[in-house]
Design a protein around this ligand. Structure first.
Ligand code: ADP
Length: 372
């Protein structure tokens, strides 16, 4: 679009200046421009929103607001200005113009020094940039859509694999139990292998469904009492905790955070579960939960005394299917931390790990606090 008829919004209350800009731009042999004009800032902002121009020529001094306020009025929900703005400053206003560039204008021109040549250059640059930005946005949108399609596909696949897998698991368990006398040692061994593989696949499908479901369900933000939620999780996991003979200590003053109960629950279930799995066989498993405040965020620390993680793996363990150990040593699917990461991202938070291999790991979960 921009290659043919770029749209220019001229926001200037001086009709003579507007006429000059138009005349200059009509001499440009590269583009045939479409012009839109407004005299005041408020109307100018509305015009730009409506027209979505390739470039805005903006006089700094408008009757109602100044150029900086105009720029602030263009800021979109992502916090940036989705237009290429060339600020037009008077002689001696260069410091203001520089400030405007810091606030998101792309270029500035001193009105009295303007020539067709430097106006063309500034506008060509602006158009190239805005064309590039739009292409990038389009790619980004396509990518997001593809991502959503893949997630939907994974969800449907995992969902539909469940029923046949149940049948295989059920029947192989029956063979393993009720027909064991009819089988020789090899036969029993093979059937046991089938049952084990089914259990592993069932876990994989469950985890994959949890992961993809995060994307599918609506998020309900509300104040969540972390102390209560963690206590519930520990009660529900009591059997596993007892089996591991683990000692879990929880700070009494865990804060109220602001988020979605289901997502926060998934975060802590997965992290506590991992602390029970990746333990050192000969030491008593210890896990402590504490927290500190960082601005408007609460950072919860989960410190275990398990096998630890080498620094080079700090990032990659949060990716889907990334495991540092074979299934024989530590069973797992490589999905838990990907769930934790996706959930914290969705809640506007962050998760990271620090660890000393052989001594233990501390996972940090940063979540928005409920500040009333
Ligand atoms: P899974 O536990 O199913 O393998 P996760 O995504 O939860 O998948 O974890 C990814 C990998 O990160 C694990 O395979 C393990 O190697 C490592 N890991 C996770 N939590 C811990 C922990 N508390 N201590 C040591 N290693 C851990």
């Amino acid at each position: 679009m921009a290659e043919k008829n770029p749209t220019i919004c001229i926001i200037d209350d001086n009709p003579v200046d507007r006429e000059v800009f138009r005349r200059y731009l009509l001499q440009d042999t590269r583009y045939h421009y479409q012009f839109y004009e407004e005299e005041t800032g408020e109307e100018g902002i509305a015009l730009c929103r409506r027209v979505q121009p390739d470039c805005i020529l903006l006089d700094y001094t408008l009757p109602d607001i100044n150029g900086l306020e105009f720029l602030a009025g263009l800021v979109d929900s992502s916090g940036s200005i989705p237009f290429a703005v060339i600020m037009l400053a008077g002689m001696g206003d260069e410091s203001i113009a520089l400030q405007a560039m810091k606030s998101g204008a792309q270029d500035y021109l001193v009105k009295n020094e303007m020539t067709p040549g430097n106006l063309f250059r500034a506008i060509h640059n602006a158009i190239e940039r805005s064309t590039m930005r739009r292409t990038l946005e389009k790619h980004q949108q396509d990518l997001e859509q593809k991502n959503q399609e893949i997630q939907a596909f994974a969800y449907a696949l995992a969902h539909d694999l469940r029923a046949p897998l149940r049948a295989i698991t059920g029947f192989s368990q029956i063979v393993a139990q009720d027909y064991k006398d009819a089988l020789d040692a090899d036969g029993r061994h093979y059937v046991d292998n089938i049952v084990d593989a089914c259990t592993q696949m069932d876990r994989l499908i469950d985890d994959l469904l949890s992961y993809t479901r995060i994307e599918h369900r609506a998020i309900h933000y509300k104040p969540v009492a972390l102390g209560y939620l963690v206590q519930q999780i520990i009660e529900n996991m009591a059997e596993r905790i007892n089996q591991a003979q683990a000692l879990i200590t929880v700070a009494e003053d865990l804060p109220m955070v602001y988020g979605d109960t289901t997502l926060i629950n998934q975060i802590f279930v997965n992290l506590i579960d991992n602390a029970l799995v990746y333990r050192k066989p000969d030491d008593q498993t210890r896990l402590s939960l504490s927290w500190y405040q960082d601005g408007d965020f609460a950072v919860v620390r989960l410190a275990d005394n398990g096998i630890g993680i080498a620094p080079k793996h700090y990032e990659r363990i949060f990716n889907l299917f990334q495991r540092l150990h074979g299934d024989e040593l530590y069973p797992g699917t490589g999905i838990g931390l990907a769930i934790v990461k996706k959930a914290t991202d969705l809640l506007g938070g962050h998760v990271w790990v620090e660890s000393t291999p052989g001594e233990g790991s501390t996972f940090f979960v940063k979540l928005p606090m409920n500040i009333s």
